[in-house]
Design a protein around this ligand. Sequence first.
Ligand SMILES: [Mg+2]
Length: 170
Amino acid sequence: MKHLLLPDYDFDTYKGVTPEFLKSIGKTCVLCDIDNTLVPYDVADPTDEVCLWVKSLIDGGIKLILVSNNEKERVELFNKKLNVPFMYKSGKPSRRTVKKAMSILNDDKKNAIMLGDQLLTDVITARVSGITSVWVPTIKKVETPFFRFKSAIEKPFIKYYYNKKNGENK
Ligand SMILES: [Mg+2]
């Protein structure tokens, strides 16, 4: 059985998620976190690299939706340049989050992955919804007691995941 806190795939950055990768695993929809997955949590706008990545997915026939637990203003401002479907205060890790995202994309969850940096948010959301989980390391650590607590919980799972992955590759 798959563990709630372990992803199916990981990349060094979001750029690892390409149309080719998605097609290789039979997926066509990306539910994508923003903060610390695409840009540091304190950066308001997408970088040129993020814009190019989004364009490459869309040009490759992939549907993308931004799924963020952050405030409306942050998500709307971030999406200004990108102009893709989005959800703010998305309710991750609720199962309803994926349900709503798929209804916005008008697609089936069997075609979707969730991409994000938080095991306790993004990976669990994918798990409870039965969709594929892709994890990337946090870009910039948030130095608040709550996030330190979260990352202390995540640490052993990340270690276990890498150990398991490296073991399988040997
Ligand atoms: Mg995040």
